[in-house]
Write a protein that binds this ligand. Structure first.
Ligand code: ADP
Length: 455
């Protein structure tokens, strides 16, 4: 089976829509850096540039035992984190709890009461009767949704993302609502620090890598946090003593939600319109794990509708929104069998496409590549912007990156690295891209430590 002229023509069209040359990437990078500066001056900008109120850069010598909570996507993680000093950390993982659709879309008190139950489980397992009367255990809460923070333990939710829509949360202080859930159950827990997963990743990576300039997330969503000099954060009117830096949560998932400069295709627009947060998180919708599969599905349906794929026949399962998960793209992209057997398995067994020929499967693989490469190139813009903004071109530095997309998607990190080479030439060799896990829990513990120091 060779591809027909019509198939080749259409794939060529889609390729042109998805390919991003370095000139375009540089234009977007310039725009990104402009938005970054505007966001530091005023509230409510395209890049929120949220001050984290974490003003100490970890040294590796911090000591203490903390409870940590990580809520921000697919799962809830509860951990006991022991900072042992000397750069050593001991993490005792509690259970991973999946957040059900009901919890994601119900009232916030129901979700947080559920979280309190999960914390209680770990408390009784790990602390048991050792907690003295009147003792409170400090908890660092990693909450990865857009918030406006006014103190290290105070943050108002601006809006939900990543499929969450709980009532009673937007506009309210997340720490108070969580603390009330603990109080209702009389748990000896004090919510000491509220951070974002990117802030956590930056903090945790700094514990062992002094040259870190940025913590980034490439998972269900995407975002980044970096160390900024206090004098540059024009919109903050606080007096801070001793330290001269603060971690800023960029909230880059929302970058260019006005669609001024990003290369938005019809497939992205379809996804955006049908999402539960249209016209927001546009950058994230082109890049992150939650969406790549859906963009791919939209393209496959487009080709099916034109009888250019699977003989024009779709299936009930392929017609389901979000059914084509990003992890299938990973399998398809790494399918190096001659006849694309793994791809065939997914299409025929999982998605019940009655029969596929090799050309079909090659087209599907090609589409996955186009969507995956575009995502890695666009995410490189955010990294390149921070590298340039911090004037680190040519200097040794590193970036800590957490998230399953970065960890598991084939070649994602190599593609980022190659794109950084297009941006910075040989100087890209001086940039370390480090996969970091546990950023959320270790970072939350470090933030709780920092909060206690500055009391
Ligand atoms: P979080 O929800 O905290 O961001 P992860 O970093 O694990 O958690 O990211 C989960 C996302 O990663 C899912 O939305 C999914 O799309 C994506 N993902 C999971 N497994 C894979 C995989 N094998 N390849 C690519 N993406 C994956």
């Amino acid at each position: 089976h060779d591809a027909s002229t019509e198939q080749l023509f259409e794939i060529n069209e889609i390729t042109q829509e998805f390919e991003l040359k370095i000139d375009k990437l540089r234009k977007i990078q310039n725009y990104f850096m402009k938005q970054l500066k505007i966001g530091l001056e005023k509230d409510g900008q395209n890049l929120s540039m949220v001050p984290s109120f974490v003003t100490s850069v970890p040294t590796g010598n911090e000591i203490g035992t903390y409870l940590t909570l990580d809520l921000g996507g697919t799962n809830l993680r509860v951990c006991k984190v022991i900072l042992e000093g000397g750069g050593k950390i001991h993490i005792i993982e509690g259970q991973l709890y999946e957040i059900s659709e009901d919890l994601k879309t119900g009232d916030i008190t129901v979700l947080f009461d559920f979280i309190a139950d999960c914390v209680e489980n770990l408390l009784s397992k790990e602390w048991g009767d050792s907690i003295q009367k009147n003792d409170k255990i400090d908890l660092g809460f990693t909450f990865s949704f857009p918030i406006i923070q006014t103190a290290i333990n105070k943050g108002t939710l601006l809006k939900w993302t990543k499929g969450f829509t709980c009532t009673g949360a937007v506009g309210n202080d997340i720490v108070s609502i969580l603390q009330e859930s603990f109080n209702r159950k009389s748990l000896p827990v004090k919510v000491t620090a509220l951070i974002n997963d990117t802030v956590g990743t930056a903090l945790a990576h700094a514990y062992s890598h002094p040259k870190v300039i940025l913590g980034a997330i490439l998972g269900t969503g995407t975002n980044g946090a970096y160390f900024e000099r206090l004098e540059n954060i024009k919109k903050l009117n606080h007096n801070f003593d001793s330290s001269d830096k603060m971690i800023i949560n960029i909230e880059w998932g929302a970058f260019d939600s006005e669609k001024v400069i990003l290369p938005i295709t019809q497939y992205d627009n379809k996804l955006d319109k049908e999402s539960n947060n249209p016209n927001s998180q546009i950058f994230e919708k082109l890049i992150s794990g939650m969406y790549l599969g859906e963009i791919t599905r939209n393209i496959l349906l487009h080709l099916i509708d034109r009888s250019l794929l699977f003989n024009g026949l779709s299936s009930k399962s392929l017609n389901q929104h979000y059914a084509f998960e990003t992890k299938y793209m990973s399998i398809i992209e790494s399918d190096n069998t001659e006849t694309l057997e793994n791809t065939k398995q997914i299409l025929e067994n999982l998605f019940h496409i009655s029969i596929t020929n090799l050309t079909d499967r090659q087209i599907v693989k090609r589409i996955c590549q186009l969507v995956g490469i575009r995502a890695s190139r666009l995410s490189s813009i955010a990294l390149a912007s921070i590298i340039s903004y911090c004037k680190m071109e040519g200097n040794e530095c590193c970036i800590g990156i957490d998230g399953s997309l970065f960890e598991k998607y084939p070649n994602f990190s190599i593609r980022i690295y190659n794109t950084l080479k297009e941006f910075f030439g040989e100087n890209a060799d001086k940039i370390g891209l480090h996969y970091t896990c546990n950023g959320s829990s270790v970072g939350a513990a470090l933030a709780a430590f920092s909060a206690n120091q500055s009391k």
